[in-house]
Design a protein around this ligand. Structure first.
Ligand code: ADP
Length: 581
């Protein structure tokens, strides 16, 4: 293809002329150093290019060459456990070539070319296959069975396929398509800005249990749903993310770290590989992919990283897995957009962000979902997305937060006030919300605990009443409250301390099954109802506070899942201790 030449360099943005053969979103190689960039604006023969590497020292007149291809990722065995930069270059691969300082123009493929994977066919010669069909499997790690699928757009008859050890570039199967024979290897390339196709989208009707009580009970996410969490410093955002990565009902984790302060990303790179998968005892990295942008990487790479991450996540969804993607922080991603937009001299919107900020954020979250994948077996996969936002000064009126809240369905309001009071997880029970509760109702109704729906509403109402009563208490003191209202205050305290409060570092408390969550909340409600009757019969509030069973309820969260029958005993004690003589 014809070469262009640089006419202007402005930070991560390079303008080149003579690019009339190039297309929008083509990947280009800039200068003799062959820096990687992407065309983000084309006007006649002038291309504006965001460059994913440091542009220092580039000068006017240097060559620019289009590859004719959009920014794409490589999908196939070797993804799991990888740590990539924003354009899918493996960090260890770069380091091997360049040492600790990332030099420029380094080309390292996303998937290792040397590893031999053991491929086991799932179809045989003569079988007719369509896009998305699983033709074979590779046990990629002890925790992930990688399904090798027919890439979108290809279908036909299998001519040959054979079990064996292959690198990702070797042919594993040959297909007779209507346009002739095609050799398939284990790599699919996919342009990151384009959602991967599915057969059909499904409503998020199944909760993604996380084992975190405040989330599962009060603010649940549906599988394939979206959530947003702001993270004032020290509010426990990291702990929440680790808990979700470990415990959420998802088989594959994709974590996109978008240029937080440099050392924070280093923390992630050190901490994640140390996390253990609680179900198997294996390292969590055996089902995780990390995309890391440290702040010394150019902003444009940050802009690309969320797309790289979500494309990889979609690929595993297509295999029929439940995938959870976490992006931290999407505010840094939006800032990258703002910087590039500024350099393009676009008309700025609110606070300098581009006018298309909201559209971009919506397009990103819309790639989440539960879906029937391409392929003849109608397998179901889900991709849930949790985005962290970090507005400066914790200001929720920030344009990125507002644009995010317009599209996500769950908001976990992490509050530093609660963290100071050592109430963890510091998710506010008053300011958070989930818009999935209606869609999930059928699921709960058909579960072992159909009463869950009413019980949860009851708990929320008590917490709301507590907040209202607190106003009164502040004005006139607790003694002015009726005994009914004092009971509400007591019960609310129990909901907060015995149920919502959860210690991530306690072996048992760190995870609570749906069944056990039901049991704990049920105890609190039973005691509340019995107490109300007791008070009506003339008993004093002080007697209630002295009941032994209150202590048993407080300890109920430490009952191991295996000993769930112990809840029956506590229920009996509630009844016997509140007998109206
Ligand atoms: P952030 O990432 O928001 O700066 P962290 O996630 O590192 O904050 O949390 C700060 C501290 O709060 C942790 O070191 C831990 O002591 C405490 N903490 C946060 N969440 C929990 C939790 N669920 N259980 C127990 N302690 C927690």
């Amino acid at each position: 293809m014809k070469q262009g030449r640089i006419v202007r360099v402005s930070g991560p943005l390079v303008v080149a002329e003579g690019m009339d053969e190039a297309k929008m979103f083509d990947v280009v190689r800039v200068s003799k150093e062959r820096l990687i960039g992407e065309i983000i604006e084309l006007r006649s023969d002038k291309a504006s290019i965001q460059v994913y590497e440091n542009t220092g020292g580039l000068g006017v007149g240097e060559p620019v060459e289009s590859t004719g291809q959009p920014l794409s990722v490589e999908l196939g065995p070797g993804l799991i456990g990888a740590i990539y930069d924003g354009i899918q270059r493996p960090l260890d691969g770069i380091q091997k070539i360049a040492g600790d300082i990332i030099t420029r123009g380094i080309e390292v493929p996303g998937l290792n070319r040397d590893i031999k994977w053991h491929f086991i066919p799932k179809v045989k010669a003569g079988d007719i296959v369509e896009s998305g069909d699983i033709i074979g499997e590779v046990q990629e790690t002890t925790l992930v069975l990688h399904k090798i699928m027919v890439p979108p757009g290809i279908s036909g008859e299998i001519v040959s396929i054979k079990e064996g050890d292959y690198t990702v570039t070797e042919t594993v199967a040959t297909i007779k398509t209507k346009d002739g024979q095609r050799n398939l290897n284990m790599i699919q390339r996919w342009p990151v800005r384009e959602p991967r196709p599915v057969k059909r989208n499904l409503a998020p009707k199944i909760p993604m249990f996380t084992g975190q009580r405040v989330i599962d009970a009060l603010f649940p996410v549906g599988k394939g749903g979206t959530a947003c969490v702001p993270g004032p410093f020290g509010s426990g955002k990291t702990v929440i993310q680790h808990q979700l990565a470990k415990w959420a009902d998802a088989e594959i984790i994709v974590y996109v770290g978008c240029g937080e302060r440099g050392n924070e990303m280093t923390d992630v790179l050190q901490e994640f590989p140390e996390l253990e998968d609680p179900k198997s005892g294996e390292p969590l990295m055996k089902r995780t992919i990390l995309i890391a942008n440290t702040s010394n990487m150019p902003v444009a790479a940050r802009e690309a990283s969320v797309y790289t991450g979500i494309t990889i996540a979609e690929y595993f969804r297509d295999m029929g897995y439940s995938v959870s993607l976490m992006a931290d922080s999407t505010s840094r991603w939006a800032e990258a957009m703002r910087e590039i937009s500024g350099r393009l001299e676009e008309m700025p919107g609110e606070e300098g962000y581009p006018a298309y900020l909201g559209t971009r954020i919506a397009e990103f979250y819309e790639r989440a979902g539960r879906a029937i994948a391409l392929g003849s077996d109608n397998r179901e996969g889900a991709l849930s997305v949790v985005g962290a936002v970090s507005p400066s000064g914790g200001d929720l009126s920030d344009p990125v937060v507002q644009a995010t809240l317009r599209v996500v369905k769950v908001f976990w309001s992490l509050e530093d006030k609660l963290a100071y009071a050592r109430h963890f997880p510091a998710i506010s029970w008053l300011n958070s919300y989930s818009l999935y509760t209606d869609e999930l109702e059928d699921f709960y109704r058909q579960s072992d605990h159909p009463e869950w729906v009413e019980m949860r509403e009851w708990a929320r109402a008590i917490l709301q009443e507590e907040a209202d009563l607190e106003e009164i208490v502040r004005l006139v003191g607790v003694d002015a409250l009726s005994s009914d209202n004092r009971l509400i205050m007591e019960t609310a305290k129990s909901i907060r301390e015995d149920f919502l409060h959860q210690n991530a570092f306690d072996d048992i408390d760190t995870y609570t099954s749906f069944d056990k969550q039901f049991q704990i909340l049920n105890l609190i409600m039973q005691l509340h109802n019995r107490s109300a009757a007791w008070l009506k019969a003339g008993k004093a509030m002080e007697d209630l506070l002295k009941l032994d069973v209150k202590e048993e309820i407080a300890r109920a969260k430490y009952i191991p899942e295996k000993e769930i029958e112990r809840f029956e005993e506590i229920k009996k004690n509630i009844v016997s201790q509140t007998e109206i003589a």
